[in-house]
Design a protein around this ligand. Sequence first.
Ligand code: PLP
Length: 210
Amino acid sequence: MDRPVDNGPVKLIAVSKYHTIDNIKEAYADGQRVFAENRVQEMLPKIEAMNDAKDIEWHLIGHLQKNKVRQVVGKVAMIQSVDSIDLLHEIEKRAIKADCDVNILLQVNVAKEEQKSGIAYEDIDAFVEEMAKMTRVYLKGLMFIAPNLDNKEDLKPYFRKLSDKFQVLKNHKSDHVEMQWLSMGMSGDYEVAVYEGANMVRIGSAIFNV
Ligand SMILES: *Cc1c(COP(=O)(O)O)cnc(C)c1O
């Protein structure tokens, strides 16, 4: 694929939220190792059921309430849906208690959609600055859920805006900030997202509904 903005190989996350443990086992048998869920209550039993698969990786991609942080810390490879400094501090607190490191992505509401979570684009820098106070939390990149537009080409400016920010933040080198992943793109829009620089795509229906 033609990629004017190339952030390296694209990591495919299989979004299993509407699918059964048997579906996950099937995808695992086919070689898929990274899975994502958007609800803590639905994710935990799936993690449990796949416990023997030691090389499996779970990502949380849905809105995380502060009172549920304790349940996911230590269980997931990445929390992609961190959307406030408040939540960041709760994750740090729980990570210290559990004595483990936690990798996160910062979810950004680039398109300013009211019903979507995500930090405002203008607040990204403040969040990145706050990372200096962390001891067990690592910021690994940015995440964006694009609006559901008919013409996917119309998403380009949003993807490009976050992609440009990602490039800038790559130069921000500190112990707890390492911009590695730009998580944009779902079944309907991943081609445009990858074109604009995504190196992590979250695909549900295009993988499981076949
Ligand atoms: C459901 C979901 C996806 C996957 O959506 P598909 O259109 O099925 O590929 C990706 N990201 C998030 C945050 C989701 O909730």
